[in-house]
Design a protein around this ligand. Structure first.
Ligand code: ADP
Length: 724
């Protein structure tokens, strides 16, 4: 059974293997066992039911809460060549009739429905006449009142087991506590469901947290790192959305706003512009995001602190659904804490207490210097096994520990005591930094023994340390004015019995995240861009979002492998038979043109598969060897060793080795072609180039009567390129 699924995975989706727990989740369906599958966003939940739907006899029904989600999945499945349909209120009568006909003629493998429709009398009539393979319930937490998105219509699904006593049900969600999981099982009357719970860690997200000191500057710095890529900027209030959007548009960034205060039509238009990649960035309140499945969001910026880590995880989780690296930047301030406290003032006491606890945990996350992946996981009751996630500001060394944290902490705390615990963070920081502000002099606080104790640092740095101490519970903010008080834990610091952890941003990031390096490994960025343009053109023509044509991961794999044949193209992760048939020609043409123009090696890796039945097992196995050979060649080129000798050392043809050299020249920006092309030959090539004027290698080759081989021309070109 698993082999059938594997084959379908390869044939339709172009994937050679399962993501964690996918296999087990799919096997539950084949074994007719109910299951609850909890995987993080981007964990590949959809495939857990889509692949078995293809292999199991009959029709699988998928319950989904939103039309946009159904549409997205049905469009994507159609692109993969999987017969899927949906019935929802946005379809015309004729469209609905066409789906019913397909159901009747057993042409569909998956049918997407809203929960209330599935259990409606009229619909049950239809479904009773066809063979159902199983029911998949997407976003299953909606069934539980304990979840964050309870939907009463999901409760009706409780009758499914009565209506179809033998049906297998799979429930899928990204967010479920123990309580929610048991509730799902109970509400749906699942029979001894298998619980599959994955790690909540989103290893491909690079989390960065900074105190907000200059919103526009900090936001622009992130946008500049992601030119041409899609991203979301979240603001707490609508007016912040409007003002930031105007500022960014003024600086010529491609942005549109989104919030609940806008007219429906405007909101919808802006959402479509973003999804169809006509604008790069959407600036929004948290009203934006539900039902958005755009897989290639490369960054999510929070310009204010969310009110809980649940919210943060959900919003930042919209980045990198395709499994590729994505950056999540959070800019917070102590003021955000105050804003939320104010907004929560009218809550019922019990609810308020819970909300305040969540807010404090969120604030501690911002100010605490613990690995961000670890902190988030811990909050959700899981542990990170690695000691260094290599994907957050703390582990990447962007924050450095203050050496004398105990003494610094004591200076701050004793200043609070000297100020009789009657002042806020900003004022205390001014006193410690030695400010000559009028009110400080008037209050005679320049005469305190703690005045100017931290005058070597800016007020902002000191204020940030104060917030860090709040986050670690050494200081408490009291009352309406957030007056600072030293806690019992803080007194332990004053007595020298406990040392706080204080951090400071370092000027230059020390390391680049490993997820970023790995996912770009071997990818030619120029070719990736060329393929992105092609993808955009196809998407426009076919009126579907670009990420449904090909995900970014597939595009990078194309720009890495650079196939020259349909067989090679089928090896690309995310390219199944239908996509190969539909787009193969266009993609291969772009790859070929690009590689010829840039003297790039094609067919990187060995391709052994020729028939589609073998698809699943034959992803190139020699890629790492190839990369290794290239690396060794680069090392030898550095010592200016000849192509012939390098070719022998790395056991590659001279033509391949020459291509390595061209890559090496490009990478190292080498302008001098010696010793690989001698002076006289180089002179002749340059002269010929000036004569032909069209920049084509073939024209130069012909003009020189074929006396100088292509490799020499290519190498000279590469060096001249670096001079340009
Ligand atoms: P979720 O619904 O859990 O958020 P998706 O089903 O949208 O996740 O999958 C996330 C991404 O992972 C998609 O781009 C999908 O194509 C990709 N994916 C799913 N399964 C696999 C697999 N077995 N191998 C490689 N990529 C996969």
């Amino acid at each position: 059974m698993t082999e059938n699924i594997r084959e379908a995975l390869a044939r339709y989706w172009g994937y050679g293997d399962f993501l964690p727990l996918q296999k087990q989740a799919m096997e539950c369906i084949s074994r007719r066992q109910d299951s609850i599958v909890v995987l993080p966003t981007g964990g590949g939940k959809s495939l857990c039911f889509q692949a078995p739907a293809v292999t199991e006899p009959g029709l699988a029904v998928v319950v989904s809460p939103l039309i946009s989600l159904m549409k997205d999945q049905v469009d994507a499945l159609s692109e993969y060549g999987v017969p899927a349909g949906r019935i929802d209120s946005s379809l015309s009568f004729d469209e609905q009739r066409s789906v019913f006909t397909q159901i009747h003629n057993k042409k569909l493998k998956l049918l997407y429905l809203a929960p209330e429709r599935l259990v409606s009398g009229r619909f049950l009539e239809v479904l009773r006449k066809v063979k159902l393979s199983f029911v998949a319930i997407d976003e299953a937490h909606c069934v539980s009142m304990w979840g964050h998105d309870f939907r009463p219509e999901y409760r009706q699904l409780g009758s499914l087991k009565k209506i179809f006593p033998d049906i297998t049900i799979g429930a899928y969600t990204a967010t479920a506590t123990d309580q929610v999981r048991s509730d799902i099982a109970e509400q749906l009357h699942l029979e001894k469901p298998v619980m599959l719970i994955g790690s909540f860690d989103r290893a491909n997200l690079v989390y960065k947290v900074r105190q907000r000191d200059n919103r526009i500057k900090q936001v622009c710095a992130v946008l500049d790192r992601h030119k041409g890529e899609s991203g979301i900027i979240y603001c707490i209030r609508r007016k912040d959305v409007d003002s930031l959007c105007a500022q960014l548009a003024g600086c010529r960034y491609s942005v549109v706003p989104y919030h609940a205060g806008m007219a429906d039509a405007d909101r919808k238009r802006n959402q479509d512009l973003f999804i169809n990649e006509k604008v790069e960035t959407i600036v929004a309140t948290i009203a934006f995001g539900m039902g958005i499945d755009k897989s290639n969001v490369r960054y999510v910026i929070h310009t204010g602190m969310p009110k809980s880590l649940e919210h943060y995880q959900q919003e930042s989780g919209r980045a990198g659904r395709d499994g590729l690296e994505a950056e999540c930047c959070l800019f917070y301030s102590g003021g955000d804490y105050g804003t939320w406290t104010y907004l929560m003032r009218d809550m019922e006491p019990e609810a308020q207490e819970i909300a305040m606890t969540k807010l404090s945990r969120m604030y501690s996350y911002c100010t605490g210097g613990v690995c961000r992946h670890k902190a988030i996981l811990r909050y959700f009751g899981q542990d990170l096994e690695k000691t260094d996630c290599e994907a957050c500001d703390v582990c990447l060394g962007e924050l450095s520990r203050v050496d004398d944290a105990l003494a610094t902490g004591q200076k701050i705390l004793s200043c609070i005591v000297r100020l009789d615990e009657r002042f806020g963070g900003n004022y205390t920081a001014l006193v410690l930094a030695g400010s000559r502000e009028k009110r400080i002099i008037e209050n005679k606080h320049d005469e305190l023994s703690t005045y100017a104790l931290l005058s070597d640092y800016s007020k902002d740095t000191v204020h940030n340390w104060i917030e860090q101490l709040v986050g670690q519970d050494y200081i408490e903010k009291m009352g309406e004015y957030n007056v600072l008080n030293v806690t019992a834990k803080g007194w332990q610091v004053l007595k020298g019995k406990e040392t706080p952890r204080l951090l400071r941003p370092v000027q230059k990031p020390v390391k680049v995240s490993k997820v970023t390096v790995d996912s770009w490994d071997g990818v030619d960025r120029g070719l990736f861009e060329a393929l992105r343009k092609l993808r955009a053109a196809i998407a426009r023509k076919r009126k579907i979002p670009a990420y449904i044509v090909f995900g970014d991961a597939a595009l990078r794999d194309m720009a890495r492998r650079r196939p020259s044949t349909p067989e090679g193209f089928l090896q690309v992760k995310g390219v199944g038979e239908k996509k190969c048939e539909q787009y193969g020609q266009a993609v291969l043409a772009v790859i070929k043109d690009y590689c010829l123009a840039n003297s790039l090696e094609m067919d990187v890796g060995a391709y052994t598969r020729t028939v589609s039945a073998q698809l699943q097992v034959n992803k190139p196995k020699t890629r790492s060897k190839v990369s290794k050979a290239r690396q060794v060649a680069f090392d030898l080129f550095e010592q200016r060793i000849s192509i012939k000798e390098v070719a022998e050392s790395v056991d590659r043809a001279e033509s391949t080795t020459a291509q390595y050299l061209v890559e090496y020249i490009g990478r190292e920006k080498i302008t001098d072609p010696y010793p690989w092309v001698d002076e006289q030959t180089f002179g002749r090539i340059v002269e010929a180039m000036q004569q032909v004027g069209d920049g084509r290698m073939k024209s130069i080759f012909d003009l020189l009567n074929g006396e100088i081989d292509y490799n020499q021309i290519r190498i000279s070109f590469a060096c001249l390129n670096n001079n340009a």
